[in-house]
Design a protein around this ligand. Structure first.
Ligand SMILES: *Cc1c(COP(=O)(O)O)cnc(C)c1O
Length: 403
């Protein structure tokens, strides 16, 4: 049997050693190598929106697998064209660039915004405004755009032209936006940064600022998109539209795929030869994402996510009345973060470990936030089951860490 010693021997140590080797999954349940069962409140970090082994997803993948895997972008394929069309029809966007991950979608967004500004206004309009605690991926440009210094440490020099401001702070935004601003890049809810929702007036300010100086509003919906918040994309909760939106994670529901969606005024500068990706838009990934979009983008799915969200948040508030571990519970849809009281600072990872003992998979979002991002198809019975397990987790945690 494959074991974790081999993980430690053969894999680079950048992830640390996980505690479990999983074997298979169905719906919101996973089984490890020894047949032990886990309820999935992590969803592969907001990826497995349709749970595991969804029959229609398996069928979309295997049908395409028997037909055509890869061509390169010198030839076109049906699923990629259909996916781009479906994404345009479902959103603000006019055009779509397909790639393989969230970081790549953000790289494409940065390059597209820079090129549009360069063509329209010249070499001086390059500044990209980003925010503290943001997360946009792990490539050199996207860790630069991100707002966590620890992800940049030791990888310098970093590319220039990125300015970081405090998140949800209108004053510093007003002071910083200028004719040099090429784009403002922001998450609808900072996911990795602690499940922090954007304040609606801040979002409005960003939109107005972009309009004033002719900058592109890039909304990173890699984590919040594809039904996660109870709408297809989280920007739909506001009355504003981005110029560029990035998607990945739940777009493939576990199959690697990313997309950069944009308006024509951006796309028209992304001419032949400006950008590319060998695997981007490959028929396998596109067929899977096309099916995911069809299954997720329905009023029924949005209603289910909203209902499960209310149930989960209500349950968490009840538990918190009893155990008093959290100062606040925040997020939207099925992206929920419970923020630990300062007396339990830096202990969110202990909650994840205790959860695993109870057969419940959860996440952290920074050192102080217990994050949950279950599959969107999770049932109310499973939410109830998860809350029962969470009660044991919080009770154990309290015994271990209160004094
Ligand atoms: C996960 C994430 C990314 C990076 O996606 P990868 O597929 O890991 O490259 C980018 N932005 C946000 C908001 C994310 O949550």
């Amino acid at each position: 049997m494959t074991d974790l010693n081999d993980f430690q021997t053969f894999m680079t140590p950048n992830y640390g050693t996980p505690p479990i080797i999983m074997s298979h999954g169905i719906g919101s349940t996973l089984w490890d190598q020894n047949g032990r069962k886990f309820l999935d409140f992590a969803g592969g970090i907001a990826v497995s929106a349709l749970g595991h082994s969804h029959p229609e997803m398996v069928s979309a993948l295997t049908k395409q697998a028997a037909k055509l895997w890869h061509l390169s972008n010198t030839l076109a394929n049906e699923p990629a064209i259909e996916l781009a069309k479906a994404l345009v029809q479902a959103t603000f966007a006019d055009r779509v660039f397909l790639c393989n991950s969230g970081a790549e979608a953000n790289e494409a967004a940065i390059k597209a915004a820079r090129r549009a500004a360069f063509n329209q206004s010249g070499i001086e309009k390059f500044e990209i405004i980003c925010f503290d605690n943001a997360f946009h991926g792990r490539t050199i440009a996207t860790v630069t755009a991100g707002g966590q210094a620890k992800y940049r440490e030791g990888f310098g020099p970093m590319p220039g032209g990125f300015t970081h401001l405090p998140f949800n702070d209108c004053k510093s935004l007003d002071k910083t936006i200028s004719e040099k601003t090429c784009a403002i890049m922001v998450e609808a809810i900072q996911g990795e940064g602690g499940v922090r929702p954007i304040c609606p007036t801040f979002f409005e300010k960003i939109r107005a600022g972009c309009d004033r100086v002719g900058a592109a509003l890039i909304v990173d919906e890699v984590q919040t998109g594809m039904g996660r918040t109870g709408k297809l994309f989280a920007y739909e909760h506001t009355s504003f539209e981005p110029d560029i939106l990035t998607s990945a994670k739940s777009l493939g529901c576990g199959f690697p795929v990313g997309a950069m969606l944009c308006k024509n005024w951006i796309a028209k500068h992304f001419i032949a030869g400006t950008h590319g990706s060998t695997y981007g838009g490959n028929p396998l990934a596109a067929a899977v994402a096309l099916k995911a979009l069809a299954l997720i983008n329905t009023p029924e799915m949005n209603a289910a996510v909203t209902a499960r969200s209310e149930q989960l948040q209500k349950g968490l508030h009840v538990l918190n009345k009893k155990y008093q571990l959290f100062q606040t519970i925040r997020g939207k849809g099925l992206l929920i973060g419970a923020v630990l009281e300062s007396s339990y600072a830096d202990k969110a990872h202990e909650l994840v470990a205790l959860g695993q003992k109870q057969g419940l998979l959860t996440l952290i979002a920074g050192a102080n936030v217990h994050r949950m991002a279950p599959p969107l198809i999770i049932s109310s019975t499973e939410i109830e089951d998860g809350l029962t397990r969470l009660e044991c987790v919080y009770s154990d945690f309290k015994k271990l860490f209160s004094n």
